[in-house]
Design a protein around this ligand. Structure first.
Ligand SMILES: [Zn+2]
Length: 54
């Protein structure tokens, strides 16, 4: 069997908003345990985007 390709062996976890797995990023190095969303958009709108803000 071929060896799996390891790209730096980065940790991953699923986004709390969209459910897609995302990989560790350098900017999250110090807050990885607190990161819940894959992107700024998901972070701002964790429930899919529909939202009645005033
Ligand atoms: Zn997301």
């Amino acid at each position: 069997m071929p060896k799996p390709i390891r790209k730096g062996d980065l940790p991953q976890k699923p986004c709390q908003a969209c459910g897609r797995p995302f990989a560790w990023r350098k900017k999250w190095a110090r807050v990885w345990d607190e990161v819940k969303y894959c992107s700024e958009r998901c972070r701002r709108e964790p429930h899919g985007g529909k939202r009645e803000a005033s």
